[in-house]
Design a protein around this ligand. Structure first.
Ligand code: 1PR
Length: 548
């Protein structure tokens, strides 16, 4: 197999990039020292986390000079995400640290007044400039969608880079048009993650590695599709061991996963399939992401045997959309008494192919401490340590709230809302109480307090479940979703209650949710992810369809 050199200069969750490189027929050689850069023919600089941290790590390691020499010598170079941003002059993210200055533009933060930041999801990379009707570069297609996750981007001004010989492909987020990919001569950079962008991303990666710079476009392809962020549809797998010890995908009603009727009635864990097979199935149906939750993580199990690791390793070899893993991401005492910090637990998952980790119970405990300390950050929580090391986009907080009805807002010190769905006793105010350990224990904290605390700690996204709605097939809890969206800037994934494709259309039209997740309706085979997307598309929503 031909090789490509990959620079792993910070703790990076780049297992998926290695898998994608292998998938397109190349082997990775690691760059460990500045000397190794000199031996590289093709060089890829992936980027995770913080611009300033990345650039100063590269500087400290003595890599910056050799990278510049590599680029100047005309050898193939590709920068991904912050690896692309490193090519620019500098970034708002850290104005004290300069970039490589290859592209004379400054990276800016997205405006969060009218939209969620980070920008997470599938967006375009449409070639600009005069030749864009006939051609694109490195396999990019105007009708394809690519997976982005970032808070900072290079603003696009038509003609500025083109006049210096650059080819530019752009995406639009809200009102802002930014650079999604650039290329000139031996240089290729993508703000999106090709390794997480399905077949479209693999095509770009393969084209770079094969040196296929110019991509001719047919008339239909050049016409492209509507620009902008698509509606994100996520499939979620709740995983646990059944009573025979086999790992199965299960699904509860209000978090109770044991059968209540049929041949297995009497308490068997509901078995809906094998985890790795189901991850692949949903990828091929067009799921924009797959979330895998270990729902019995509070039980003791030696960390190295954590069943999720093997599932991730196998799934990430052939599934090229983001994989989120949840359950048990916290400071842990292993069965042999060793203390393992949450960051190390997360690192194990990232190394096995996860792109994000999802934190449940531990986020509630951390938020309690945050308020007890007068809203002071300790710097020690799982959210903070993982977010600092891997970037906030890698940290999801999963919330399991329950509705609590009251007669009037004064009856509780928690944030209430007036609901259109009063309970049997006629109470029409409610608040949403946080729970831990998969809903087994309630805490004196409402959802608004929790989301604001975890946003302050550096969480990048909220997975918003609702125990009352879980498994009900009655649609999402729109009131809860709107209330949470109004409280924070980070993206929210609506979860619990999806039973029909129409429920996805409803949540996208009646709330400003950033993504919507379904579980039971997919597992039971009632609907496929592609049927949900077809329904959304017919309703005028922009979606990404699976590219074979
Ligand atoms: O607390 O950090 O160890 O994480 C445990 C994780 O496991 C949390 O994310 C928690 O939500 C999850 N979990 C724990 N127990 C259960 C259970 O079901 N007994 N599952 C559970 C949560 C809820 C959703 C579900 C949606 C959509 N699953 O993820 O997929 O409600 O379902 P639907 O579309 O069928 O309605 P920690």
């Amino acid at each position: 197999m031909p090789t490509v050199h990959l620079l792993d200069y910070v703790a990076g969750n780049i297992r998926s990039l290695v898998n994608a490189i292998n998938q397109v027929g190349y082997e990775v050689e690691w760059v460990k020292t500045p000397e190794d850069v000199k031996n590289a023919d093709k060089l890829i600089l992936p980027g995770v986390g913080h611009f300033g941290h990345c650039l100063s790590q590269l500087e400290k390691g003595g890599f910056l000079g050799p990278i510049k020499q590599h680029i100047d010598s005309g050898k193939p170079f590709m920068g991904i995400c912050v690896g692309l941003q490193a090519l620019f002059q500098g970034s708002d993210e850290d104005t004290a640290v300069p970039g490589l200055g290859v592209i004379p533009i400054h990276i800016k933060q997205f405006d969060d007044k009218t939209k969620s930041v980070p920008h997470i999801g599938w967006n375009s990379a449409k070639n600009q400039g005069e030749s864009s009707k006939e051609q694109s570069f490195f396999g990019l297609r105007p009708d394809s969608k690519y997976y982005y996750v970032h808070s900072y981007a290079a603003p696009y001004t038509p003609g500025v880079l083109e006049k210096d010989g650059w080819s530019v492909a752009t995406a639009t987020y809200g009102e802002e048009e930014f650079i999604g990919a650039v290329s000139r001569g031996n240089i290729f950079g993508t703000q999106f993650h090709p390794e997480k962008s399905g077949v479209a991303g693999l095509r770009a990666l393969r084209a770079f590695l094969n040196g296929d710079q110019v991509t001719s476009l047919s008339k239909e392809l050049a016409a492209g599709k509507e620009d902008g962020l698509t509606r994100r549809v996520i499939a979620c797998l709740d995983v646990r061991a059944n009573d025979n010890g086999d790992l199965v995908v299960t699904k509860g009603d209000q978090y109770d996963v044991r059968e209540k009727s049929g041949v297995d009635a009497g308490g068997q864990v509901r078995n809906l399939g094998k985890p790795v097979d189901m991850v692949k199935k949903y990828y091929e149906q067009g799921a924009d992401e797959v979330t895998i939750l270990n729902i019995t993580s509070f039980r003791n199990c030696p960390l190295v045997d954590t069943p999720m690791l093997e599932i991730l390793r196998r799934a990430s070899e052939t599934v090229f959309v983001p994989l989120t893993i949840g359950g048990g991401i916290k400071d842990t005492v292993d069965t042999d008494g060793t203390h393992v910090p949450a960051l190390d637990v997360a690192t194990m998952y990232f190394k096995s192919g996860a792109d994000k980790v999802s934190i449940g119970s531990d986020a509630v405990f951390a938020a309690e401490e945050y308020y007890a300390a007068g809203k002071k950050l300790s710097g020690l929580t799982a959210i903070e340590s993982i977010s600092n090391a891997y970037g906030k986009q890698a940290v999801v907080v999963s919330i399991d709230p329950k509705r609590v009805y009251v007669d009037k807002p004064e009856d509780t010190h928690h944030h209430t809302l007036k609901t259109a769905h009063p309970n049997a006793a006629g109470q029409s105010y409610c608040w949403y109480q946080c729970t831990v350990k998969g809903g087994r224990e309630t805490r004196d904290m409402d959802v608004r307090e929790l989301v604001q605390a975890v946003e302050a700690m550096g969480a990048g996204e909220i997975l918003l479940n609702c125990i009352d709605k879980d498994g009900s097939n009655s649609g999402f809890d729109l009131e809860l979703i709107n209330d949470v969206k109004a409280s924070i800037k980070i993206p929210v994934i609506a979860s619990s209650g999806a039973g029909l494709p129409a429920h996805f259309a409803e949540v996208f039209s009646k709330t400003t949710t950033d993504a919507a997740l379904g579980a039971g309706m997919f597992h039971r085979g009632e609907y496929t992810v592609s049927q949900v997307k077809d329904h959304l598309q017919e309703g005028g929503f922009l979606v990404r369809q699976f590219e074979a």
